[in-house]
Design a binder for this molecule. Sequence first.
Ligand SMILES: Cc1ncc(COP(=O)(O)O)c(C=O)c1O
Length: 411
Amino acid sequence: MAIVNENFLKLQAGYLFPEIGKRRRAFQQTHPEAKIISMGIGDVTQPLAPAVIEAMHKAVDEMAKKETFHGYDDSGIGYAFLREAIAKNDYKTRGVNIDIDEIFISDGAKSDTANIQELFGLDNIIAVADPVYPVYVDTNVMAGRTGAVAGQGTYLKIIYMPATAENGFIPDVPSQRADMIYLCFPNNPTGAVASKDQLKKWVDYAKENKSVILFDAAYEAYISDSKIPHSIYEIEGAKEVAIEFRSFSKTAGFTGVRCAFTVVPKELRTYTRAGQSVALNPLWNRRHCTKFNGVSYITQVGAAAIYCDEGKKQVRQTIDIYMNNAKTIRESLSSFGYKVYGGVNAPYIWVKTPEGIGSWQFFDLLLNKAHVVTTPGAGFGPAGEGYVRLTAFGNPSDVNEALQRIKAINK
Ligand SMILES: Cc1ncc(COP(=O)(O)O)c(C=O)c1O
């Protein structure tokens, strides 16, 4: 008899986005003439940078000739040309030394943030922000690191750290011990960013508790404030306690191409039950090479192209389009009387719902009256109740149209 992994049965039915899709389809069926604009799901809309396209075309041509054909990547962790470009452009320029053996190229930060848990024992206590990117929680549920559902969509054996307007959406370090701490800055969904001092508190906490910080920096390219760190490794000592996840998805429009990377520093340690220290870098290398056969050569060539001068400029232009959207959304909604957070160093805008109106209720109102799809904050955790998330990834004309419609319902 094949026994199922019963941890999957603990997962709550109806992941956030399917529910949004269901409500959207139901509305469209009864209002076929309505032109719905999505400001909800965080996919990008602008095409790849010309430098990326050109590099990928060339790589395809290389694959067409015996002399330049590429099969499996021998390193198993990504081509050195891409890892070198990352070490130089993403880290060295910010005063951080990352060895190319500490960089692992993958097909996405979603899978990396999920897969990395395999290196950790099931008894570890995880801590997540509330609201949170749901992948961190659901994948730990699947692994069996959590208890059953506790109510309001939370699980037992997880430390939820409220990120609220009162703490500027930067959770405080918990009073109890957490072994694995998920942090995401710039934050999805709140759009909050953490200062060096705030991150230092986390690094100090992790050192004190021998914990590991799982730092998701998928949106670092959206930081414009020069004082805000792009990497946790800008904090002294962080290499001893933190793994960092990055992605080309939002940086360079690779959501449909798939390329990301994870940094596992050689200094980083975990412990056996007997207290013996174990380096994670060789373990992740082993896991990566055993279970993953690499990202395509064509994709890695395309990713490396974002680091050439033209690529850098073009990627920046696209990010500027999105951040202009973010500014328009923030300013317009504020002028309509809404309380708005985020959207300055992040492509997410976290909007307080009007007094007495819940997240899903406000979602339905915007869908029905403005034909605009948002993401209800409650879907990201109990502390997200009373908010909706808007993304800045839309086409500017759609964003402007959506805002005009929202303005009209407020008259
Ligand atoms: C916080 C965060 N991390 C990771 C990802 C996924 O990135 P990728 O496309 O590289 O899998 C997302 C995508 O929405 C995200 O919001």
